[in-house]
Design a protein around this ligand. Structure first.
Ligand code: SF4
Length: 507
């Protein structure tokens, strides 16, 4: 049976990643780096589908659009969140709209670009999106195709790709207010649709509670970020904290469907109900406390936090850790994503002054070390990023970043180096991307420092983080840690020496 409006995503997003959200980032590896027979079962097993072909736990953004449509006059039997592997069951001549949520539709986001630039190949998400839109049921039904989600900017700046893929309308930014209006317009007169639309700001009254389950139990607590880093998309959104009761109601939706864990999402969870960039400790602790004591919830973590909030309010981190019972046999550790980006106070001052607030840019290296230490002492793993090739970067900036990475060696953490990629709608959207050919010997030194750090920490992190995985996954990872880690480290060092020497010979 076909549905009038089908919401879906590419196959890499239709998974709960063995309940390890960080496995989801493996979709940034280019197609071919890992063969499909290995990648899908190990990193991205197919998400649970119901008997109609619906995705039981779907991408949170898609759930928000579903809720917005239902709240704006669309009927339950018209709107369907589909598993991409079951499109043949739900898309037919009755389907008028196919709306696709995409994280990285052309494989040119910062993480995927870094890997494709260094290792070659095409982003897996781009390959899977192409397959989705070429599905025989989609071709036959010929619905109006919308694309939204965090990666939609890519199709706004590449109209030729948009047309090649058969996408009629791209929505950038928030969709709760805009999608219902556009869908009505598409149903009445699809010829009148604009090709690219900036989504309207969604106020508290526009953000409706999801009615179906979300991937890995993720629930939005805050939206937007006031730190305003020049390269970042959430930086351009106004900051909102959702009411606690709405969050608890959504937790309950997931629990009823069998999801016992919660990932609280926000660009800096420590700024939940904050006064500007000042941590509101009581509100944050209450959030974690109420969510973790919700009936049926077994564990709680957060997606992102900032190092400056942690450094400015270590007591808040301690209290959260106590509420979540971290450091115990039951919950040894949890992981938050944090941004280092650079060890250079000069680049912080130039591109992301707000990142250090309430500290000064010149204090940034100390803030990073403090933040890492506070998280480490409270059993929270810092999964961090740094950016190579920020506009205006000088050798001294890279040297400072190498120094900082080396000072973080004793804190349980991962440090993922990314090549700078300008993104549409950010203040650096017209800056030049940083490519493999721009890497200097110092950058190779920095890449090596990051991978040495990660390879040192992998075994200890996996011991805690991977312990609930099934025996097959555990055996594969154990094998890789024992037999792949040492040659991988040697290869990284060899590559760095080789490229460093080649570059030195040219210059
Ligand atoms: S702190 Fe993070 S989320 Fe906020 S603007 Fe900077 S990079 Fe973006």
């Amino acid at each position: 049976m076909g549905y009038k409006i089908v919401l879906t995503c590419d196959r890499t997003m239709a998974s709960c990643y063995h309940n390890n959200m960080f496995f989801g980032f493996s979709a940034c590896l280019p197609q071919g780096v890992l063969p499909d027979w290995f990648y899908y079962p190990v990193f991205c097993p197919s998400g649970k589908a119901d008997d109609r072909g619906g995705l039981v736990f779907a991408n949170y953004g898609m759930r928000k659009i579903e809720a917005a449509l239902l709240a704006n006059g669309f009927k339950r039997d018209e709107v369907f969140v589909a598993h991409p592997e079951y499109l043949h069951k739900v898309v037919d001549e009755d389907t008028k709209i196919l709306s696709v949520s995409a994280n990285d539709p052309l494989g040119i986001g910062p993480a995927t670009s870094t890997f494709t630039e260094l290792w070659g190949g095409e982003g897996r998400m781009a390959v899977k999106l192409r397959e989705l839109l070429a599905h025989p049921a989609v071709k036959k039904a010929a619905p109006v195709v919308f694309l939204g989600g965090p990666g939609s900017w890519q199709l706004a700046i590449h109209p030729e790709k948009r047309r090649e893929l058969g996408i009629h309308c791209v929505v950038i930014g928030e969709g709760e207010v805009t999608a219902p209006k556009l869908f009505k317009q598409a149903l009445e007169n699809k010829e009148s649709l604009p090709e690219v639309v900036d989504g309207e700001y969604a106020g508290e009254q526009d953000i409706h509670n999801m009615v179906g389950g979300s991937t890995c139990g993720i629930i939005e607590a805050t939206r937007g970020c006031a730190r305003s880093c020049a390269f970042c998309v959430p930086a351009v959104r106004k900051v909102r904290s959702r009411p606690l009761q709405n969050i608890l109601d959504e937790v309950n939706v997931n629990v009823r469907l069998g999801k016992k864990g919660v990932i609280l999402h926000g660009e800096d969870i420590l700024l939940y109900k904050s006064n500007g960039l000042k941590v509101n400790s009581d509100a944050v602790v209450e959030l974690f406390d109420k969510v973790s004591h919700s009936p049926g919830v077994k564990w709680v973590t957060a997606s992102h936090a900032s190092l400056s909030s942690a450094a400015s309010s270590p007591k808040t981190v301690e209290k959260i850790s106590r509420v979540l019972e971290l450091g115990t046999e039951k919950h040894p550790t949890k992981a938050f994503q944090v941004g280092i980006e650079t060890g250079s106070p000069r680049l912080i001052q130039k591109h992301m002054k707000g990142k250090a607030y309430p500290f000064k840019p010149e204090q940034w290296p100390d803030v990073v070390q403090d933040g890492f230490r506070i998280f480490h002492e409270n059993h929270i793993v810092s999964c961090s990023t740094i950016i190579l090739g920020l506009p205006g970067e000088e050798p001294e900036d890279v040297r400072q970043t190498i120094d900082l990475v080396q000072k973080l060696e004793s804190y349980q953490s991962l440090i993922v180096p990314l090549l700078f990629t300008p993104m549409e709608t950010t203040r650096l959207e017209y800056a030049q991307p940083f490519l493999k050919q721009h890497l200097t010997p110092l950058h190779y030194e920095l890449l090596t420092a990051c991978w040495d750090h990660n390879l040192d920490w992998f075994p200890a992190l996996w011991k805690n983080y991977g312990r609930d995985n099934n025996i097959v996954i555990k055996s594969i990872v154990r094998f890789m840690l024992k037999y792949v880690r040492p040659p991988l480290r040697r290869r990284i060092h060899r590559n760095a020496r080789k490229h460093g020497a080649e570059i030195a010979a040219w210059t």
